[in-house]
Ligand binder design. Structure first.
Ligand SMILES: [Mn+2]
Length: 272
């Protein structure tokens, strides 16, 4: 029997997973890099596959999501954005393309409707006055960590999904590793203490895959070099495995995000 990848369903047995290589980037120029990232991601989406992008910082969100909406339609994709930060400033140090501004670009240019843009896990200083005003004017939905503390991840996810799918039928998932508390994954660019736990994020990622048509996933802001414990890399890999397991479960017709394969679990905790 194949070793189950995340406790029950082995996504490698269900999906065809291919390493499509690296987008050529110019480390000194986001303006030049954004084009080659967009081209590669669009090529994957246009082939009918689900691009899974591993960053790199969150400036990738702009070419990644535009590539996917180019294929699936402007305004036809909802975004579930896990992040401690709202990433929607108009300019960062005067720059149009940066990891602090992709949300602004995507919504202002009409690739994704603000009302289908759902942020989960906000946990830094609140967006400032004019930024918050912009978010509200564009009907961006946002859920602070405090909301997860109060109502639990499942209630927040249910609400977030209803918001993202208020129109579109397809979902792009953007995961900034800093949505997690740095205790779980210290190898990141802009850690914020008090973030989500893996016990909240992992089941949420899996459930998103089970319950939705996922058309793209990105994992960004991971910086394993600054974490000699190796933990950040393990946790990041697991995030993607949870999403992929959810997608595989859906392909097998499973709709319960808490499903455990009885053939496997009977030999484990369930039988004792
Ligand atoms: Mn971010």
């Amino acid at each position: 029997m194949a070793h189950p990848s995340v406790g029950d369903i082995d996504f490698m047995q269900v999906l065809r997973v291919v390493d499509y290589g690296d987008a050529p980037v110019d480390p000194l120029s986001p303006e030049r890099s954004v084009l080659s990232v967009h081209r590669l991601v669009k090529e994957i989406a246009a082939a009918g596959s689900i691009p899974i992008i591993v960053g790199g910082d969150h400036s990738l969100m702009y070419p990644d999501v535009v590539a996917v909406t180019d294929v699936h339609g402007k305004g036809e994709v909802g975004v579930i954005h896990f992040d401690a930060h709202f990433d929607g400033v108009p300019l960062m140090f005067g720059h149009y393309l940066s990891h602090g501004a992709p949300v602004r670009r995507l919504i202002d240019e009409g690739h994704v409707k603000g009302r289908n843009f759902v942020q989960i896990g906000l946990n830094s200083g609140k967006p400032g006055g004019s930024d918050l005003e912009w978010m509200r004017r564009n009907e961006v939905r946002y859920h602070f960590v405090a909301e997860i503390d109060k109502y639990g991840w499942e209630a927040v996810m249910k609400k977030a999904l209803a918001e993202a799918l208020d129109g579109p039928k397809k979902i792009f998932i953007s995961i900034d590793t800093d949505v997690l508390d740095p205790a779980w994954a210290p190898g990141m660019g802009t850690p914020e203490p008090g973030g989500m736990s893996i016990r909240e994020l992992f089941p949420m990622l899996r459930a998103l895959g089970v319950q939705n048509e996922i058309v793209g996933v990105e994992l960004v802001e991971l910086n394993p070099v600054v974490d000699p414990t190796y933990r950040s890399k393990l946790v990041a890999v697991r995030m993607l495995r949870e999403v992929l397991t959810g997608i595989a479960m859906r392909r097998k017709g499973i709709t319960d995000p808490h499903y455990l394969d009885p053939a496997w679990i009977d030999h484990g905790v369930g039988s004792r």
